[in-house]
Ligand binder design. Structure first.
Ligand code: G3H
Ligand code: ZN
Length: 298
């Protein structure tokens, strides 16, 4: 079984990206796992601090490990948006493959200093765990927003990205390149889509030479996602689109079976609906992009 780092090097060389999907329950985990297995592609499961507190950090680690072993497929686990070293250490101890250490809400110097410390501490516990750092403001909440969030105005510059990566030693960087967490109502209806700054991604890639993650990808125009992968994005995070599909399918299943109380009769249509969303995103992320940056060695 390849490591997560090996997968990222390989997908980068192929001009494709690794799909990262957040899960909050077994229905979503089954949908993501089945979608990736059907397509025969690796996948990264994400659980934020909130999702971990509901699922249990050790319990989700055990579930993902059991899927990896039973089906012998490349499914990895990421401690998404982790805001403290204690929570990050808990995830590493439970066997997570990567941690998004997210202090992007702090002042840049403080974010850099604390992230550097986290990289040192976490790598001393597990040398192969990948640490992602985050800079810039892309808002919070994988939810439906009534209005656009008030983001700090500046997108990530190549120079600040270079300095952050060189100083902290992170393996992966999450920049602000036009992305935003969650979806606006107008995105749910399809009236608008998110758009990304490819040139900035390309410059950040050239300046840092590191793996890049696109957070907040729900509701992004498909051509922009392909352009972002071609420009150097290696991991694409999707959460709200799955939550939306989950909610709609659950409402539908409950409405169709008003007297039903058996979860394993109500929930399979929900798994199926979410799985179709996962498949459509994975098909897109795994479509080779021509100008992929192949310079980064593992
Ligand atoms: O870390 C999670 C993602 O960045 C999800 O963002 O809810 O906009 O898909 P999203
Ligand atoms: Zn995110």
């Amino acid at each position: 079984m390849r490591s997560l780092r090996q997968i990222l090097s390989h997908t980068q060389g192929c001009g494709v990206a690794l799909g990262h999907f957040n899960v909050s329950d077994l229905t979503l985990l089954q949908a993501v796992s089945a979608g990736a297995r059907e397509l025969g592609v690796p996948v990264l499961i994400g659980v934020s601090e909130g999702e971990r507190s509901f699922l249990g950090t050790q319990q989700i680690a055990a579930l993902v490990k059991s899927l990896r072993e039973q089906y012998d497929f490349e499914i990895f686990l990421n401690a998404d948006h982790t805001h403290s070293l204690a929570k990050a250490e808990e995830a590493v101890a439970a066997g997570f493959d990567s941690v998004v250490f997210d202090l992007s809400a702090l002042r840049p110097e403080e974010n850099a200093r604390e992230t550097k410390r986290a990289v040192e501490v976490l790598k001393s516990k597990n040398t192969s765990v990948l640490i992602e750092g985050e800079i810039g403001d892309i808002g919070t909440g994988s939810e439906i927003h009534d209005r656009a969030p008030d983001l700090r105005p500046n997108l990530t510059s190549p120079e600040e990205a270079r300095q952050f990566v060189a100083f902290t030693g992170v393996d992966v960087l999450a920049p602000a390149v036009g992305n935003m967490h969650g979806m606006l109502n107008a995105m749910v209806s399809g009236a608008t889509r998110k758009h990304l700054d490819f040139e900035r991604i390309r410059q950040i890639k050239a300046a840092t030479g590191t793996f890049l993650t696109l957070h907040g990808a729900s509701g992004t125009d498909d051509r922009d996602l392909m352009g972002a992968i071609a420009a150097g994005i290696n991991i694409v995070h999707i959460n709200t689109e799955l939550r939306l599909a989950w909610r709609r399918a659950l409402d539908d299943s409950l409405a169709r079976q008003p007297g039903e109380v058996v979860p394993y009769k109500l929930l399979p249509p929900v798994v199926e609906t979410v799985k179709q969303v996962v498949r459509s995103r994975l098909e897109l992320f795994n479509r080779p992009q021509q100008s992929a940056d192949t310079q980064l060695a593992s």
